[in-house]
Design a protein around this ligand. Sequence first.
Ligand SMILES: [Zn+2]
Length: 492
Amino acid sequence: MNSYEKLVNLAARRSIFYPASEIYTTTPAGLYSYGPYGVSIRHKLLDLWRKHFVREDDMIEIDGALVMPAAVLKASGHLGKFSDPMTVCRKCSVVHRADKVLTEATGHEYREAQTNEELTDALRKHAVKCPACKKGELADVTRASLMVEALVGAGKKHECYLRPESCQSIFTDYLRMTKTMRVKLPFGMAQYGKMFRNEISPRQTLLRQIEVYVAEIEVFFDAKQSGIPKFDAVKDYSVNIQRSDQDAITPVLAADLLKNKIVSYEVIAYYLARTQMFFEKLGIPVDHMRFRELADDERAFYAKEAFDFEVKTSIGWVELVANNYRTDYDLTVHAEGSKKDLSFVDEKGRVLPHVWEISVGFDRTFFVMLELALKEEKERTYLSLPSAVVPLHAGVFPLLSNKPEQVDKAKSVYDQLKGCYELFYDASGSIGKRYARMDEIGVPFCITIDFDSIANDDVTIRERDSTKQMRVKTAQLRDTMFALITGQRKID
Ligand SMILES: [Zn+2]
């Protein structure tokens, strides 16, 4: 079993995430719920993203509506164009994504951007059979719209869709921000929320879903003066780059990204460095990361330069962030569509800003972070998560649940600390099982009350990764926990 499968099993066992509406058999594939520990980890991840990007880079954050009128998506180019190639089995009627079926069957890379005719010819040439029933012939390739329709309005329905990209909310709200929020170019607009895509035969759990959390940033800048004052802070930081015409992944200094014309603007070099730095904070090793430059035929229609930020996992490289130089495409089409002037106006004059996009697939980031944190030792499985993203700070246990004095003391420790820390009180089953449960969801410490605790008024603290233990007086427990959680102190 690879780490991907092990994590899916662990997630089900501890209800970190699981199929949505699972008590009904009619639920479509590709919909997932997060359980209590999953929600907690995801919120911590979001706090870290907010601190790293929104706060440290002085951005503004919005939360746009999920339902969008057709006019927005007509202007953006999604309506009609936003589709994947599909093919249906003539025997079992299962729908497949044509490019994926071909890539798997032939070992050559086929892409969604290829025409229906090219993909149909390839299916015939290689006599590809249905991967589901292994027998059926596949029908000619057609396009399936990825847009999820929404029936909005009582009585008369408006033509609306659930947003297929969260950035469209940023573009529709940009004008208001320029008038009310005292922003100066360059500035970032951030948003965390859901987007929706009718994926063809979704699988791979959180890696390919219908509803997706995205943490998105659009940085608006003047293409004529694209310097960024904070660039000096990252210029000596190395970013892992894979050029579109090379196999090698090369560390390149942020300053050299610009000098060697790998990117066209300082603002782009700055944010490539800042993006890699964010993933280092999640505990992902730098040698598992790359920015893969997309070739001309791989980029989305709006992108002039694009790098997929990918992380190496047990099932190969997984794209976590789409980084796109969208030029002034979006503001141009929305200015036309809405008949509003979307220029940025200040004392220097009037300019239509260009956009650098950092679109973090949040569920994927969550999943990959957990997969890489998953460790196994002899009899033990644990998630070695950085303390900033743990679901709880500590478990609190009496060693023996049939000793009332231990139970009472454990409960009083729990009550004293729960205003400061996120804790889980557990008195059932063996102490080994209780430790195992906390280890598996990544809780960094366990506080145990034993025989000696009653006489000495102290507790034992056990650390997750090393399993080392220390005794601490109850009166010092709150401060000691703070020092341990913030890394100021270690158990040795
Ligand atoms: Zn079939």
